[in-house]
Design a protein. Structure first.
Length: 283
């Protein structure tokens, strides 16, 4: 091994060690724990696929997984629809003097805790609250509330994750040269054509990052569903949390986590392939 290669490997050691310690090792422990029964985490514990068999027999995993994916998909789609014009406006329409201020306003929700964000939204959505009172002007009964419904969970998740999508798309929009948009306009491309042939392909890296950052945690969320979802608001994250905090069955909870990770990995690969394929054809 040459001296330069040795230096490269030595420089990679810290990051490789951190990756192994914080990612590979926890995943290995998770898989191991999913193969034990109950809470017996001893190294000599008997290993089996009993937890997976029990999960499949109960039949709750796939309905809750489908519901969670549908919720995460709708939140991600709404974030994309709202974030694209916002990010484009920040990157191309707002002057540099006001751009930084607007970006700071977007990331203000990051300055507080997740629970405070959830409770603040619950206050806004409660009966006779600001939102319901405003809807009362259009004929909605303000004494009722949309809290403790799946729609309330959707709104809270949208509020939480929209800034992530905006920032991801904004970072990609800033890299699009104005000359490219001007050239497309000179060649007769309308607004829709410029978006499909220029903006979308060049912003696809930011879009992909935003989808992953929004979709994955939204699919695994459970605090929002537990607090604002009501009796029918249970998601797959709630089911996993129940096995750890209520049933106290670590093995089954870890097995649910492994299945959840496998499903998300497959979906992430599909999303990556679709976006790269569509963007590549446009380019």
């Amino acid at each position: 091994m040459t001296k330069s290669k040795l230096s490269t490997w030595l420089l990679m050691l810290p990051s490789t060690g951190m990756l192994a310690l914080l990612v590979v090792a926890p995943l290995a422990v998770l898989v191991f724990a999913s193969l034990i029964q109950g809470n017996n985490l001893a190294l000599d514990a008997a290993l089996s696929l009993g937890n997976y068999a029990t999960i499949l027999e109960k039949g709750l995993f796939f309905p809750l997984m489908g519901k969670s994916l549908a919720m995460a998909g709708s939140v991600t789609a709404a974030c994309i629809l709202l974030a694209y014009p916002t990010a484009y406006g920040l990157a191309k329409c707002v002057g540099e003097k006001h751009r930084n201020l607007l970006v700071v306003l977007i990331i203000i929700p990051f300055f507080t805790s997740q629970l405070l964000l959830i409770y603040s939204m619950m206050v806004l959505l409660q009966a006779n609250g600001p939102v319901m009172s405003l809807l009362g002007l259009f004929g909605r009964n303000a004494s009722t509330s949309i809290l403790y419904t799946n729609f309330a969970v959707f709104l809270i998740l949208l509020y939480e994750f929209l800034p992530y999508m905006v920032l991801c798309l904004y970072s990609s929009m800033c890299k699009i040269e104005d000359n490219q948009l001007y050239a497309a306009q000179v060649m007769g491309a309308g607004k829709a054509r410029r978006f499909l042939d220029v903006i979308f392909p060049l912003s696809s890296p930011g879009l992909l990052s935003g989808i992953i950052i929004v979709f994955v945690p939204a699919a695994g969320s459970f605090v929002e569903a537990n607090l604002a979802g009501g009796t029918n608001g249970m998601l797959i994250g709630s089911y996993i949390d129940t096995n750890f905090s209520v049933s106290l069955n670590i093995g089954r909870g870890c097995a649910l986590c492994v299945l959840f990770l496998l499903v998300l990995c497959v979906i992430t690969l599909i999303i990556n392939a679709v976006i790269r394929g569509v963007a590549g054809r446009r380019l």
